[in-house]
Design a protein around this ligand. Structure first.
Ligand code: TYM
Length: 330
């Protein structure tokens, strides 16, 4: 069985972009592999945030993950800051990470240009991400396409640490695992679907809101009138169909788009019905879990204990290889 690790920031909203790009895949993988999934609160604080709401957002994200189908009996689900070894390994890996590689990361450049004063934590963000995965010697990392550059750097960090310190213990080089919806665009059809851009459909949205949001959503820009044939390959609504509709419907959608048999609104209505059918049980499970916050924090505490047992073993190896004096050493 391969070891799988992935993380999600407690951004306040689980939306269909990160659901189709990552979380849905996590739910499937927990039946096949040895999986750890983390709500990465230490990553979330690298950008402006409100300390008064972070802990609630962390719980909300965990609720979303459990409601989506993660099962604490099958996967280790935990909060990153509950396992302090993440921050420790982050520091140790900083010492083998080239500064130039960090400065080249497109996510860093994008986020840095949006703020006046850039915290060092934002630059070191991908090193913490490397620590997350390497701490558990995970080999598979199910993510959306926007994380591929971070994955490449993670492999580079593993290689550098291995060539400098390995002695019977090496970090495996993790591979990204992409889903079919590896890049879901926002409803504007312009940029990646993202909470910070306000172009999302949330996972817990009501059936009415789902339809209201889908109606004006961007489709193939070349399809101007109802009679114009469309190209599903460049249509974000088609990408979302692939996440929510069964294979025969997807074929029908593609055919009716190319032949102008359906207008975009007809296509969206079919999508709305399939999305509502898939998301309603998730929304209902989330409502039930929100009524029992203690159950959720108990599950997270149990997850952190299991994660920490693995993390401690790795850190023992890493500290020794790096020459740090052990507390128990004579
Ligand atoms: P985050 O919190 O931004 O997103 C969580 C996951 O959802 C994917 N995703 C998308 N996929 C397709 N289309 C979209 N519009 C879309 N939006 C989000 C992301 O690719 C991601 O897989 N740095 C990471 C969190 C992280 C992590 C890790 C991931 C921290 N440590 C270790 C993997 C391994 C992030 O900000 O994801």
């Amino acid at each position: 069985m391969a070891r799988v690790f992935s993380g999600i920031q407690p951004s306040g909203e689980l939306h269909i972009g990160n659901y189709l790009g990552a979380v849905e895949n996590w739910v499937r993988l927990q039946h096949q592999h040895d999986c750890l999934f983390s709500v990465v609160d230490l990553h979330a604080i690298t950008q402006a945030y409100d300390p008064a709401t972070l802990s609630q957002r962390t719980i909300d994200m965990a609720v979303g993950l459990f409601a989506s189908g993660l099962d604490s009996e099958r996967a280790i689900v935990f909060v990153q800051s509950h396992v302090p070894e993440h921050a420790e390994l982050n520091w140790l890996l900083n010492t083998v990470t080239p500064l130039g590689e960090l400065e080249r990361q497109t996510q860093f450049k994008d986020k840095a240009q949006r703020q006046e004063s850039v915290p060092a934590g934002l630059l070191n963000y991908p090193v913490l991400q490397a620590a997350d995965v390497l701490l558990y010697e995970a080999t598979l990392v199910p993510v959306g396409e926007d994380q591929l550059q971070h994955l490449e750097l993670m492999r580079e960090i593993a290689r550098r640490w291995n060539s400098r310190f390995a002695d019977g213990f090496t970090f495996p080089e993790p591979q990204a695992l992409l889903s079919t919806a590896k890049r879901v665009l926002g409803l504007d059809g312009q940029a990646k679907m993202s909470k910070s851009l306000g172009n999302t459909i949330g996972l817990f949205e009501s059936p009415e809101t789902i339809w209201e949001k889908l109606k004006p959503a961007a489709t193939d820009p070349a399809r101007v009138t109802r009679k114009d044939p469309g190209n599903p390959d460049v249509c974000n609504i088609f990408t979302i169909h692939q996440g929510f509709s069964p294979p025969d419907t997807i074929k029908l959608v593609a055919h009716n788009c190319r032949t102008a048999g359906w207008g975009c609104l007809d296509c969206k209505r079919v999508l709305a019905d399939n999305m509502i059918a898939a998301l309603t049980p998730i929304r209902e499970r989330a409502e039930a879990l929100r009524a029992k916050p203690r159950t959720v924090t108990d599950l997270l505490r149990g997850g952190a204990a299991k994660a920490r047992a693995i993390a401690r073993r790795t850190m023992g190896q890493v500290r020794r290889r790096m020459g740090l004096l052990g507390e128990a050493d004579g």
